[in-house]
Design a protein around this ligand. Structure first.
Ligand code: PLP
Length: 419
């Protein structure tokens, strides 16, 4: 059989209809926004929307405590604060993530340490994590990248043996599970983002969940200038013991977040279904590696990222990406431009302008070298991956087209290789 000519080379473009589209916001968001305004206050401690949002999220996640924050970055920073991460500590995390995972570490004057990744789940490789532990390691941030879980059994085992705190960065993984448990409920703290690009959006915003009452109370304070607002506690509410930022969520954000809670399970179920369907339909293609999801676990595919083995596939990643785009499937090469440790901030070791803090902090006392080659598997991932997004409005026909386009491109180059 002769493979169909690719659109890249003048053949017929496969996707001829627009992708399904829709508005994530509607009457329910307006209803809660109106109620928020009618309260006469948009301050979270006086109003009801942020409280209802955190209550609802805690219910869905079956967690005793949830605290709101102003962004996912803020949520991670709060998590670090309540885990006691402070000047001179080290925090091990992933080199492929958003800066939001890293910013809080630096603001605590702690040092980010990057561990390598599993080649196909794109999440922390437990063996590499263990190799990076020092006497200064305080916590691990497990980033459940793309919507799929980290190998949490292995990470929790490391945490117990080395007495480390575990923060789950679930900014990309609402409602995804690891062995039956929702991501964010396994470590000490789970963090979520409500920015406009996630499975659900409140424009911006963050959520923090924990099982510890002590950490919950600390989170309320850490997200709010370290002020004590809980009734019955110290009257000296402004006598703060150490600095904490103002990461408060306002009632308008809370109102939209609350409305989005009603959509969240359905949206995530649909994304999970779409992603798994694509993986099952392309798994047999030579040199095409769909994302790995841990056994008995689920991903909610904030984006879909697969890898190309150039030798097996008979085509390099960039040509595959161009060919897919020509077929009408927009996509990107890799994810972030390079591993985070290659960003100027790390190469120059300048967390703060004009100083080498926190990298040269005497309280840390270790030498940290950030350079290309530090996490070879993570670098390979970025050099060989193709990613694209889908959303809950995509139709089954859209998904069929995505699958057909990947199969068309792959088959063309596989036949050429074998000719
Ligand atoms: C893994 C991860 N962590 C943290 C963040 C930060 O979230 P936010 O943009 O809400 O600050 C993001 C956002 O893209 C993310 O993807």
């Amino acid at each position: 059989m002769c493979a169909e000519k690719l659109a890249l080379y003048g053949g017929e473009k496969l996707k001829s209809t627009p992708f399904g589209a829709g508005n994530r916001f509607g009457e329910n968001d307006l209803h809660h926004l109106k109620e928020a305004l009618e309260q006469g206050t948009l301050f979270y401690w006086y109003g009801d929307k942020v409280k209802s949002l955190t209550k609802k999220f805690a219910e869905i996640y079956d967690m005793p405590y949830c605290v709101a924050a102003s962004s996912g970055t803020a949520a991670v920073h709060v998590a670090l604060g309540i885990c006691g991460v402070t000047a001179g500590d080290e925090v091990i995390t992933s080199p492929i993530t958003d800066m939001g995972t890293i910013i809080g570490i630096l603001f605590q004057n702690a040092v980010p340490v990057f561990a390598d990744l599993d080649p196909h789940s794109y999440t922390l490789d437990p063996k590499s994590v263990e190799e990076k532990i020092t006497d200064k390691t305080k916590a691990i941030i497990a980033v459940h990248l793309t919507g799929g879980p980290t190998d949490m059994d292995a990470i929790m085992d490391i945490a117990h043996r080395h007495n480390l705190k575990i923060i789950e960065d679930c900014a990309q993984s609402y409602m995804a599970t690891y062995k039956g448990k929702l991501l964010g409920t396994i470590g000490d703290v789970g963090c979520f983002s409500l920015n406009d690009f996630k499975q659900i959006s409140a424009g911006d915003g963050g959520l923090v969940v924990t099982r510890s009452e002590e950490m919950y109370e600390a989170a309320l304070r850490f997200a709010d200038k370290n002020y004590q607002r809980l009734p019955g506690k110290s009257a000296a509410s402004r006598d703060v013991p150490f600095i904490a930022p103002n990461y408060r969520m306002n009632e308008l954000t809370g109102a939209v977040g609350l409305a989005q809670m009603e959509r969240m399970p359905k949206v995530c179920a649909r994304l999970h279904e779409i992603g798994d369907r694509i993986s099952d339909a392309i798994r047999d293609l030579p040199g095409i590696y769909p994302p790995k999801v841990q056994p008995d676990s689920t991903s909610t595919y904030w984006f879909y990222m697969f890898r190309i083995d150039e030798k097996e596939a008979g085509v390099d990643r960039n040509t595959f990406s161009d060919a897919l785009a020509a077929e009408g499937i927009p996509n990107q090469r890799g994810y972030i431009p390079s591993c985070i440790y290659n960003y100027d901030l790390f190469i120059n070791k300048r967390g703060y302008q004009g100083t080498n803090c926190p990298f040269g902090c005497k309280l840390n006392g270790h030498t940290h070298d950030y350079a290309p080659g530090l996490c070879p598997t993570a670098e390979d991932i970025l050099n060989t991956a193709i990613r694209f997004s889908f959303n809950e409005f995509y139709t089954d026909a859209d998904i069929d087209d995505i699958i057909a386009a990947i199969r068309k491109v792959s088959t063309y180059f596989a036949e050429k290789k074998n000719a």
